[in-house]
Design a protein around this ligand. Structure first.
Ligand code: OVM
Length: 399
């Protein structure tokens, strides 16, 4: 009891780590159930068991002091805290239930056929071209074609959403070169989002206006509504963009699995789920210890930042067999790519529907997918992101 946590001198936010996080995860997992990350001045956990336990125990590993490196009890947050992500119960439970009623399975069922038509139309046009960039021409286009309309955002300036997400997800890490570079020239994105969240700029009937209508009923204040709409804009685009990009990457790198999907389209949901386990868009989040807590014989003091490596947990070999394989025969449920516990992704059903529709459209129209050039990474302090993914597809029935 009260061993010291093994100290590691790797920096999980330096360019070498962010460019290929999976090459470094084993050294963190193998060093112990909890490690001290000297470079960032925080603890780290990368094994499935401990990551899942920490996410489950939201009272001990709290979110209200920020889920980035900055401790909100000591530093001013870079923006007013999210009322979902960066709060604890009881406030969290009030805002989350209000949002859960808006992002409901019933509502998503209504969107399914129009989103499906968009996915099919988009993939049809790309298959005709044979060579395309699966990031710029597919993964960015599809969410942008459906999500801003679902929220009811103003038309003008929607392209700022991706820049805004880059800023928000970089801000969970240190103020390093990746952060500075990611912010460069993107000032307009922040002011656009501030305006876009306001009631007078939202269309009737969208999820954005529905948050204000919940405020009218007394479920939250008008100011809270504005900040809750901001959560949709922060978390709803870059996450699904890179989820879809990694789905295509997985299907290109594992042709046997794409063949299984083509033979059985019911595997589309599974394909997206497994792609999230295999390459988790949201790689990490921090928590802060609200009390002293023991992890595998090491006592962590209260008030410490702990970096949870979700993506490393999703490839922990003690939990997953041959974890680096994208494998449609495995059961990927239990992966923590959407988190776990009370903060588990609010939009997960939206993301799953988008992924399923793209996987299905590809399986119906494409015989094979191959990389037509090296994937290009876009470094971000939180997201595993692709800048470009050149692919070539062979249409079904061609050759
Ligand atoms: C929010 C928010 C922002 C970024 C990510 C996220 C993954 C939520 O503003 O609530 O969840």
């Amino acid at each position: 009891m009260n061993k010291h946590a093994c100290s590691l001198d790797l920096d999980p936010f330096d360019a070498a780590f962010l460019a290929d996080p999976y090459a470094h995860h084993a050294s963190i997992r193998d060093a112990g159930p909890v490690v001290w990350l000297e470079a960032v001045g925080a603890y780290g956990m990368a094994r499935y068991e401990e990551v899942q336990q920490a996410l489950r125990d939201h009272a001990t590993f709290c979110s209200s002091r920020g889920v980035g490196l900055a401790d909100f009890s000591k530093e001013t947050p870079f923006r007013p805290p999210s009322l979902l992500l960066e709060v604890d119960p009881p406030l969290h439970d009030r805002t989350r239930s209000l949002m859960n009623r808006i992002v409901s399975i019933r509502t998503l069922k209504e969107f399914r056929s129009s989103w499906q038509a968009k996915a099919e139309e988009l993939v049809d046009a790309l298959v005709e071209r044979r060579r395309f960039d699966a990031v710029k021409d597919l993964a960015e286009v599809f969410p942008m074609a459906i999500f801003p309309d679902t929220i009811g955002l103003m038309e003008e300036g929607r392209e700022h959403l991706l820049d805004y997400a880059t800023i928000v997800f970089n801000a969970f890490g240190p103020r390093n070169e990746v952060f500075e570079e990611g912010n460069r020239g993107k000032e307009a994105a922040i002011s656009w989002v501030t305006q876009a969240c306001k009631r007078e700029n939202l269309k009737p009937d969208g999820w954005g206006m529905q948050v204000y209508e919940a405020a009218d009923r007394g479920d939250c204040s008008q100011d809270e509504a504005e900040r809750l709409v901001r959560s949709f804009l922060s978390a709803g685009v870059d996450t699904t963009v890179n989820g879809i990009a990694h789905l295509v990457l997985a299907l290109a790198e594992f042709p046997s699995e794409f063949a299984k999907l083509r033979a059985n389209r019911n595997l589309a949901i599974k394909a997206f789920e497994e792609s999230l386990r295999w390459d988790s868009t949201v790689q990490t989040f921090f928590r802060t210890t609200a009390r002293e807590v023991e992890i595998g014989g090491t006592a962590l003091p209260a008030g410490e930042k702990v970096l949870l490596f979700l993506a490393a947990a999703n490839r922990d070999p003690t939990k997953w067999e041959h974890p680096e394989s994208f494998d449609l025969d495995r059961n990927a449920s239990g992966h923590v790519g959407f988190g776990f516990g009370i903060h588990q992704c609010l939009g997960q059903m939206v993301a799953r529907l988008e992924g399923e529709l793209i996987a299905t459209a590809l399986a119906e129209r494409v015989e094979s997918i191959r990389l037509a050039g090296p994937p290009v990474r876009r470094l971000n302090n939180t997201l595993h992101a692709l800048e470009s993914l050149p692919v070539e597809v062979v249409p079904t029935g061609a050759r």
